[in-house]
Design a protein around this ligand. Sequence first.
Ligand SMILES: Cc1cc2nc3c(=O)[nH]c(=O)nc-3n(C[C@H](O)[C@H](O)[C@H](O)COP(=O)(O)OP(=O)(O)OC[C@H]3O[C@@H](n4cnc5c(N)ncnc54)[C@H](O)[C@@H]3O)c2cc1C
Length: 322
Amino acid sequence: MSARPDAVVIGGGVIGLTTAIILQESGLTVQIWTGAPPESTTSAVAGATWFPYRAHPVDRVLAWSVRSKAYFDSMTDDPQTGVRIRESLQLWREELGTDPWWASAVPDLDRCAEEDLPDGYLGAYRFTQPVVTMPVHLPYLTRRFRDGGGTLVPRSVESLGEAAKAADVSVNCTGMAARDLSRDTGLIPVRGQWVRVTNPGITKVVADFGHPDGEAYIIPHEDSCILGGTADEGAWETTPSMDTAAAIIARCAELDPRLADARVLEHRAALRPVRPSGVRLELDDKHDSGGVLVHNYGHGGSGVTLSWGCAEEVKNLVLSRI
Ligand SMILES: Cc1cc2nc3c(=O)[nH]c(=O)nc-3n(C[C@H](O)[C@H](O)[C@H](O)COP(=O)(O)OP(=O)(O)OC[C@H]3O[C@@H](n4cnc5c(N)ncnc54)[C@H](O)[C@@H]3O)c2cc1C
């Protein structure tokens, strides 16, 4: 292992990687310690659209989302980032009321005219959003970190104190595992499952979160589409259920009938780290290592959406203390 770094980031998912990059790009030497490689994390299972969903509290989530969107917008010219902007249609089975709470983060938010609505829907929002292909984005983040001089260390910690002893700054980006590491029973799993199928020519994100049988969403990537989904609170099972997969495909085929015949490529399920009391992004003044410990976990269904904004806030907290 190299010389004592200024900072150790625990966790190599999207939150740990972006936090490590921002700290490094502010001039610190940084190591990431991670139990699992980036491609084996929950982050690798994210759909992934930029959209604030199942993360709290609203005001902080909105601010982090806006900051992150600026980063994603700036990446869309480089295909190696895995980020591109896509049109999106969010369908509602009830009439739309006042603008949604996230409207200020989406400057091109528009309402569909009644005559453009598919049968069965009473309203729809149209907007553009970044779509992030995680099997491309996570390697991009890893490269950016390594090219900047960072080291990714395969290492699982038993306690946060291990990292706190190894550097003046440590950051806890362990996602769902923070429940044990930080003894935080307020962090709960919300299981999500999806099916990846061949793309029959779909270019728009379409979502119906109010489908009576469960969520239905289609996220097109280059040559495949991710079809979702589920949101099972308190469920810990990460093996995909084939019955659930069949129901997901049926719901998505209601949104686009071409999907009924698409070839299935992959099934995945993972746990969104949801913290109803709010994402834990704060300095920990109670720990006794003498260094600076920051927590950055509990991003729920929005880890990608919030990643850069949260990483910036961690940097500001760290720089205020060293
Ligand atoms: C089906 C599904 C779809 C989703 N879609 C979206 C989406 O479209 N948009 C969006 O923004 N979000 C989405 N999410 C949410 C997103 O995936 C999560 O919010 C995000 O992955 C959390 O990132 P993280 O880095 O905190 O956690 P993780 O990706 O779980 O990473 C945690 C890291 O900590 C490491 N670690 C844990 N314990 C230890 C230890 N003791 N020692 C060392 N390392 C440790 C792990 O090995 C891992 O590297 C989705 C989630 C699911 C399940």
